[in-house]
Design a protein around this ligand. Structure first.
Ligand SMILES: *Cc1c(COP(=O)(O)O)cnc(C)c1O
Length: 413
């Protein structure tokens, strides 16, 4: 027997909303951090220095992700660009990118003049489908960029074995997966380079920012030079001694010490945040398992510590699979839960304006990206996972209420 509130008329049809949630605070703020930030501000040491915030943060963040080196940059788009450039990828090369991701993953390929090759995604994880990769390889394929999307980790075992077989570079796009682990290994440390974003919506943030991590000392040096207008790691400001490799087009993508400081402050709290998120994800997944019509995004075959950018559900089962997603979302929003549509395939994204000659779509199309990720998935920003047990319970109640009112929703659609 369902609780009374769940059996009420839907809010979108004039019934009472199940909940009226306050929006959880993000990014986290504290007076202590504000005071310490003020001290750093007064110090005037805002750009890079060898003993500063940036150096400490890079070391700690890389170590937490099983990597020896980190290079902090201005955002998680140029980190992808540098990860590709560090491998000499450019005009005439092809790079495989999942059809479902933030447009930046594909744009990084374009900035270097290489061709974007879109691969379809798995219906379970919504991450790149490794069984679709080999059919897309050509003589020109140089790299794969698996994206650990929303709340899942791409199948790194299969991807790495394909890469090994065909001598391909693997750049992990971890912008949505800080802290996740796959089979005991942290994301970002399994491929050749791991790229993260610290943009304001991500689960660790300095407003803007990004980092490349790697276990390869030579790659670290190339990444550092690429983003520090040619400086080598360890060279103090104004005291450059050695020349970058001739093939590197070095730029200035450095982040400020103020941002690195904010990241260090958040990093102290990060293990606790990840624990909370993992507990909340488990609760929600168990709760949703019993609701007809909806399933949760799978975290990945061997994912043993989860991360989350958006908690994501997929409405592709009876009795909700025939109701348009916009109708479902309108009803869910009216009950007090601000879920929103998942990503369309990149090549259909409003912000993506490249001509078809810049990219390749597989002959059979990207069916899962089109019909599931883009049409039946919806997500809730990660900060809701930290909003407390009563909020989690209510999210379950709202989806229960939606499922048990599918007949009236179908009439609406
Ligand atoms: C956010 C994001 C990026 C880009 O990071 P920015 O810091 O916003 O430049 C790249 N890839 C994915 C998957 C992202 O979510």
């Amino acid at each position: 027997m369902l609780p009374t509130a769940v059996r009420e008329k839907l809010a979108v049809l004039g019934g009472p909303a199940l909940r009226n949630f306050p929006v959880p605070v993000w990014p986290p703020r504290s007076q202590t951090t504000a005071q310490r930030l003020a001290d750093l501000y007064m110090s005037g040491d805002w750009s890079f220095n060898l003993a500063g915030q940036t150096k400490e943060f890079c070391k700690d963040f890389a170590a937490y992700h099983d990597a020896d080196h980190g290079v902090l940059m201005v955002n998680g788009t140029v980190t992808l660009l540098c990860a590709l450039a560090a491998h000499g990828i450019g005009a005439g090369d092809e790079v495989i990118v999942p059809a479902v991701t933030w447009p930046a993953t594909a744009m990084a390929v374009k900035y270097l003049g290489a061709k974007i090759v879109f691969a379809d995604v798995e219906p379970t994880t919504l991450c790149i489908d490794p069984t679709k990769i080999e059919a897309l390889l050509s003589q020109r394929t140089r790299a794969i960029i698996p994206v650990h999307l929303l709340g899942a980790v791409a199948d790194m075992d299969v991807i790495m074995s394909i890469a090994k077989r065909h001598d391909l570079v693997v750049i992990e796009d971890c912008a949505q997966a800080h802290g996740a682990k796959w089979n005991g290994r942290a994301v970002g440390s399994m491929g050749h380079v791991g790229s993260f974003s610290f943009q304001q919506t991500k689960i660790m943030t300095s407003g803007e920012g990004g980092i490349c991590i790697t276990n390869d000392r030579e790659l670290h040096s190339r990444l550092y030079r690429l983003s520090h207008i040619g400086y080598a790691p360890g060279e103090a400001m104004g005291h450059y001694k050695s020349k970058p490799d001739a093939d590197l087009v070095c730029n200035n993508y450095r982040c400020t010490e103020l941002q690195a400081f904010l990241l260090r402050e958040q990093f102290e709290q990060f293990p606790k945040l990840i624990d909370t998120y993992n507990r909340s994800l488990k609760y929600l997944d168990d709760r949703i398992a019993n609701i007809p019509g909806v399933r949760v995004q799978s975290p990945g075959r061997l994912t043993d510590r989860r991360s989350c950018f958006k908690w994501t559900v997929i409405f592709d089962q009876e009795p909700l699979n025939k109701i348009p997603l916009d109708v479902l979302l309108k009803a869910i929003n009216a009950e007090g839960v601000p879920m929103s549509r998942g990503y369309p395939p990149v090549y259909r994204h409003t912000l993506f304006n490249l001509p078809p000659s810049d990219y390749v779509i597989p002959d059979e199309g990207c069916k899962v990206a089109e019909d599931i990720a883009g049409a039946r998935a919806a997500g809730l920003f990660h900060q809701w996972l930290g909003a407390g047990d009563d909020v989690l319970e209510a999210i379950g109640d709202v989806l229960t209420k939606i499922a048990s009112n599918s007949a009236s929703l179908r009439a609406m659609g």
